[in-house]
Design a protein. Structure first.
Length: 237
């Protein structure tokens, strides 16, 4: 069986566990990026292993740290509860260690709210700091955070594939994955989540100016090693 370097040495992180802390931070990072802003209310539903050991392994602090935008090696993780409170984030944990047997053992659902905006993001920590986002609201997806992402909400009359090809192809960017889902509350609009090799700098503006496009979010890839330098020494909880 082939092994990634991540499964052998693990990421640079605040410890103790790459699955329960580093992976949890990255799940929070991607959930925050998908939501697009800091939530005022954050409810975290923790399944199986996450629900059993979240306090002892620092998974709770790590998930909140990720929502605040801190990387896995950032020592502010240790004070993430206080920092979240200072920034007006109301955090609640709902451990469900005996539920979610069909999910990966290290699974969390983020319920994020700000004003009248709400979003649910579900994801799992796979080990070595690697993650998979498996659901955004009621849309099944499979995202790792390792590539750029474009989220579009468009009128159903828009040919999204033609639109994206037209703005991405000239720069050599490629569509890696493509997910779509009709929004239940508004059948006239469809949400698309598109994983792209790299999003050219002008694409977001072009998409926003396109007739029939009602919402655009561009999320840069969230590297496991971003900001890591030799003086960043991992610290145990």
């Amino acid at each position: 069986m082939a092994h990634s370097i991540f499964t052998i040495v693990g990421p640079v992180m605040v410890g103790p566990s790459s699955s329960h802390t580093a992976g949890a931070v990255r799940l929070g990072n991607v959930a925050r990026a998908l939501f697009g802003e800091l939530p005022q209310k954050l409810t975290l539903v923790l399944y199986q292993s996450f629900g059993e050991v979240y306090h002892g392994h620092g998974t709770d602090k790590a998930l909140v740290s990720g929502i605040l935008g801190f990387p896995p090696h950032d020592k502010r993780l240790l004070n993430s509860f206080c920092l979240a409170e200072e920034q007006g984030v109301d955090v609640h944990f709902v451990p469900k260690p005996h539920s979610g047997k069909r999910y990966h053992p290290n699974t969390v659902k983020f319920y994020m709210e700000r004003g009248d905006r709400k979003m649910m993001v579900m994801g799992s920590s796979l080990g070595g700091g690697l993650i998979e986002i498996t659901r955004i609201d009621d849309m099944p997806v499979s995202l790792t955070g390792e590539h750029d992402i474009i989220i579009l909400t468009v009128d159903r009359q828009v040919n999204v594939l033609d639109l994206l090809y037209g703005v991405l192809h000239p720069s050599g960017a490629k569509i890696l994955q493509f997910f779509s889902h009709e929004k239940k509350r508004s059948g006239d609009f469809i949400r698309y989540v598109v994983e792209v090799s790299v999003v050219p700098c002008d694409v977001e503006r072009v998409l926003r100016e396109t007739l029939g496009v009602t919402r655009v979010s561009v999320i840069p890839q969230l590297s496991l090693w971003a900001g890591v330098t030799d003086d960043r020494v991992p610290q145990q909880l």
